[in-house]
Design a protein around this ligand. Structure first.
Ligand code: FES
Length: 166
């Protein structure tokens, strides 16, 4: 059980993590799914949440932190936007305007790459190949792949409400 005082992950998150346990060979294998569950709910994984996850899984916090820092995906210092837009900058997308798309979206929203709009709605991040080169340039917005994007189409798409990333 986690000490109530500093707990940042909810009982619902703990229950979701525990529900996955039968599908994994050991508690250590649950670290990454647990990070995703917490990130989906808190929009980042602060250090206190790392400690909580470690307590739930019976692991040293350093192990959870090691996994977190291995992936650029997880923000730790502050939440990302409700919509997280990964703009592909790999070769196929770059050849079809991916860099300009990223620059234009950042400019239109008044933020730098990796930045979040002041209202907390949108984070724009450069990404490597999204595995959808046929549809270059493309963007992954939460769980939605946006294909053949122009700056105007992307701006309109990113204003639409979207389910949280899983
Ligand atoms: S290069 Fe952009 S999806 Fe592959």
């Amino acid at each position: 059980m986690i000490a109530q005082g500093r707990r940042v992950i909810s009982e619902a998150m703990v229950a979701e993590i525990e529900a996955l346990a039968p599908r994994y060979p050991n508690r250590r294998a649950l670290v990454l799914p647990a990070l995703h569950i917490v990130n989906r709910e808190l929009l980042h994984v602060p250090l206190d949440a790392v400690v909580d996850i470690a307590a739930v899984l019976g692991l040293p916090p350093a192990e959870v932190q090691d996994t977190l820092t291995f992936y650029q995906f997880f923000h730790q210092q502050k939440p990302h936007g409700k919509v997280r837009a990964f703009v592909c900058r790999s070769i196929s997308c770059a050849l079809r305007g991916g860099d300009e798309l990223l620059e234009s979206l950042c400019h239109a929203n008044g933020i730098d790459p990796y930045g979040t709009t002041p209202d907390g709605q949108l984070t724009i991040e450069p990404a490597e190949c999204l595995g959808a080169c046929d549809f270059a340039p493309c963007i992954l917005a939460n769980d939605d792949l946006l294909k053949n994007m122009t700056p105007e189409a992307a701006e309109a798409e990113l204003k639409k409400p979207r389910a949280r990333a899983t």
